[in-house]
Design a binder for this molecule. Structure first.
Ligand code: SAM
Ligand code: SF4
Length: 461
């Protein structure tokens, strides 16, 4: 997943709320839901923190120096809060997300001007926390994993998301990979009931969304309550969602190789609107390191899943996550990763230097790899992955493919959309086409995008 920063950009009503979001798409989704729960209290999104009645910093703890980055941003927000308070007005400052979960007490000790610290499982309690903070003037901290399910307590109505909508169906993780904070910050695996997912998907489509990305830390571990009281897996859920009129595309992320069951693999064959692109992290190609990572699968298991997926959907493009320099990784282990990459051939991938996360087993493990060696391995791996991505892009040139247009491009007259393989595609075209799927002849491949020309045929209503 990419580390991104999003700021909500619609302007104010009665009270102004500015949300700063760091990290994965699940955080972006959570930020939207926090804005939704605060909307009945009169909070409307503000483009800037300056002058806002409330600022939420939604944080990510997955990699380097997460806490330091938060304290530095809080220092900046403190100055805005003090300037506002000097005019007799209040700014409620909240820290949410995985850093809040992991370092809540530390945040209040080092930044006592923070009013609210809330973990990812407690967003539905935000209105109550805001009321308590407003009343008491002291700080409120909610980082327990509450007994009730936050999915059951978030409001039904949500703000429109645009052509692509994100929908969280699963949270948390029970897998405890050696390097990862998610099981500690997001808690145990929880699946949202199918009926609630389908209802939200229908609402999104009614609001203009044409492509839905189902989200979860381990989305394919989803096992939700079915409308008849039984349990469905993700394959079945995708089949149901595919029946929503007006929905053109479905995707899901992020998946664990061990949770790719038969029904889900079959969905790649049987659900035409399930896009032929899958993010399936492996982390390492070495069985020794996969065992040290507690990944519960070997490289050969991953390759078998890939073969079965490609048999089901021959044009499937694959993406993955890799970590180099996990404790104990030797040059031979790293070579095994390079071999696996050559065997699979990825259309895209994300790769990271191992970064010790306090409290995880790998952080204290022997055999920590020197930083310079991690850098060297990362560069070597990324060069190969870049080469594969470029080759995949080059193979698209000359093809005519369906593109779902999602917004305006950077240049005048340009619009941008996504291919089935998630590549951004730029064309010259009318902005009235946004939200529609059209055939495009791909004319050029750039490192991270494609360019093309619109063909006559329109595919979607
Ligand atoms: N659930 C997914 C899986 O099983 O692969 C991954 C979710 S994790 C939020 C996203 C990615 O961050 C991981 O796939 C991993 O590559 C990377 N990551 C997590 N912890 C890391 C660490 N301590 N150092 C470097 N990269 C890390
Ligand atoms: Fe983290 Fe993914 Fe492993 Fe869960 S399966 S512990 S989210 S890397």
């Amino acid at each position: 997943m990419t580390a991104t920063e999003h700021r909500q950009t619609v302007n104010a009503a009665r009270k102004r709320l500015h949300v700063i979001t760091w990290g994965c798409q699940m955080n972006v989704y959570d930020s939207g839901r926090m804005a939704d729960v605060l909307s009945p209290l009169g909070y409307a999104p503000a483009a800037e923190p300056d002058g806002a009645d409330m600022v939420i910093l939604n944080t990510c703890h997955i990699r380097d120096k997460a806490a330091e980055k938060v304290f530095s941003e809080l220092g900046r927000l403190r100055r805005l809060k003090e300037a506002r308070e000097a005019t007799g007005k209040r700014m409620i400052l909240a820290v949410a997300g995985c850093v809040a979960q992991a370092e809540g007490a530390e945040i209040l000790a080092r930044a006592p001007y923070v009013d609210i610290v809330l973990g990812p499982q407690t967003y539905h309690r935000l209105p109550e926390m805001v009321a308590r903070a407003a009343r008491a003037g002291g700080s409120v901290i909610e980082t327990e994993f509450p007994p009730e399910d936050k999915f059951d307590h978030l409001p039904e109505a949500s703000a429109p998301q645009g052509v692509t909508g994100f929908l969280t169906v699963q949270e948390g993780c029970d897998k405890f990979c050696s390097f990862c904070v998610v099981p500690y910050t997001r808690g145990a695996e929880q699946s949202r009931p199918a009926a609630s997912v389908i209802a939200e998907a229908r609402r999104l489509v009614a609001q203009g969304t044409r492509e839905i990305m189902l989200l979860g830390q381990n989305v394919n571990a989803w096992h939700g309550q079915a409308p008849d009281g039984g349990t469905w897996g993700l394959g079945r859920l995708l089949q149901e969602l595919a029946g929503i009129p007006g929905l053109l595309r479905l995707r899901y992320a992020t998946s664990h190789p061990c949770d790719m069951d038969d029904e889900l693999i079959d969905a790649h064959r049987d659900v035409p609107i399930l896009m032929p692109y899958l993010h399936l992290p492996i982390q390492s190609g070495s069985d020794r390191i996969l065992a040290a990572m507690n990944r519960r699968h070997r490289a050969a298991d991953y390759l078998r899943v890939v073969d079965r997926l490609r048999a089901a959907r021959p044009d499937l493009a694959l993406s993955s996550d890799f970590i180099v320099g996990h404790p104990g990784e030797t040059a031979a282990d790293f070579e095994a990763t390079m071999d696996l990459v050559r065997k699979v051939g990825f259309a895209q991938a994300f790769s990271f230097k191992y970064s010790p996360r306090p409290g995880t087993p790998a952080a204290g493990a022997p055999g920590q790899v020197a930083d310079a060696e991690k850098d060297r391995r990362l560069q070597t791996l990324q060069a190969l992955l870049r080469e594969q991505q470029a080759a995949f892009g080059a193979r698209c040139v000359g093809l005519t493919m369906p593109i779902l247009f999602t917004g305006k491009g950077r240049h005048p007259g340009q619009i941008v959309g996504r291919s089935a393989f998630l590549q951004p595609v730029h064309v010259i075209g009318d902005s009235g086409l946004i939200g529609q799927e059209h055939m495009v002849l791909i004319t050029a491949a750039h490192p991270n995008s494609l360019a093309g020309t619109l063909q006559q045929e329109r595919l979607s209503a």
